[in-house]
Design a protein around this ligand. Structure first.
Ligand code: GUN
Length: 282
């Protein structure tokens, strides 16, 4: 690539706005108002910020959203009782427990207690199993957002090699399942992969989702590749992605940070709420 090459930005704001318009139109035609409940425990600043973003997007698309704030010291049993109450409420279509939970709480039983049909995060084992077996599922929002970005920019992964770096339950693993469903060849690499650069260089599409600032550098990226940056690490006062700035000079398309994949996660929470509501109330 010449010194002046710069990847085309895959603008999360543009895609998020387009998704909002589509969701708003579809929700306006429903004979009911979908309802989404966020459960936030304590005052973790990142969680406050994310839940507020999702709440604002919900309002924009016409979803009735409420945030239940439980005290930092809440006991496991009380959190479980809150989930049980929301499961039983016929008006509630979606339940989202914002993570991470305070250290004294165990997230797994909480996530497993959510009615899989209301699980807009797609973290329940039933939804994980449905995703991997190809059945209708609620799918984790961040990987779903990656597909929404690629679809918006008409970047097809059929038959292409997608290298996913990261194997988390929230991003890496479900992203691999989704890309397989789109007929991509998928490699899942991670922080322990030997000669990561050699593996990443084989990718037509690279998803960076480890959470290590600047992990993916220009020498690791095939010229013209599509690079999707999911990492978010706080470095001093900035939020930095997993993809180093010099990759802009090599990639063909790339998500900015901020303004890329994170905005799509928010949008997909509301898309999942619509999906859940339509399935529940059909
Ligand atoms: N914390 C960071 N990302 C997420 C997410 O996608 N869902 C929830 N519930 N909590 C998170």
């Amino acid at each position: 690539m010449s010194g002046t090459h710069r990847a085309l930005p895959l603008d999360g704001r543009v895609v998020s706005d387009a998704v909002a318009e589509r969701l708003k139109a579809r929700i306006a035609e429903l004979p009911f108002v979908p309802r989404l409940v966020f459960v936030r425990v304590g005052e973790d600043p990142a969680s406050v910020f994310y839940v507020r973003s999702k709440q604002r997007y919900a309002k924009r698309v016409g979803v009735d959203a409420e945030t239940l704030v439980l005290p930092e010291t809440v006991e496991q049993a009380e959190l479980m009782a809150t989930i049980a109450r929301l499961n039983a409420d016929p008006e509630t279509d979606g339940i989202l427990v914002q993570l991470p939970l305070p250290a004294h709480l165990d997230a797994a039983p909480v996530l497993e207690a959510i009615d899989p049909g209301k699980d807009v995060d797609g973290f329940h084992p039933v939804n994980v199993g449905r995703l991997w077996s190809g059945a209708p599922a609620l799918v984790p929002c961040t990987p779903l957002g990656l597909l929404a970005i690629l679809d918006h920019y008409e970047l097809d992964v059929f038959g292409k090699h997608v290298v996913v770096i990261g194997r988390s339950h929230m991003v890496g693993k479900p992203a691999a399942a989704l890309f397989l469903g789109r007929h991509a060849t998928v490699t899942v690499a991670h922080s322990r992969t030997r000669d990561l650069g050699a593996v990443v260089r084989t990718g037509d599409v690279v998803v960076a989702a480890v959470g290590r600032a600047g992990l993916v550098t220009a020498d690791m990226v095939r010229p013209g590749a599509v690079v999707l940056d999911v990492g978010m690490t706080r470095v001093d006062d900035r939020i930095v992605g997993d993809v180093a700035d010099d990759v802009w000079g090599v990639a063909g398309h790339m998500t900015p940070m901020p303004g890329g994949t994170g905005l799509m996660t928010v949008a997909m929470v509301l898309q999942n709420t619509l999906t859940a509501a339509e399935r529940r109330r059909a």
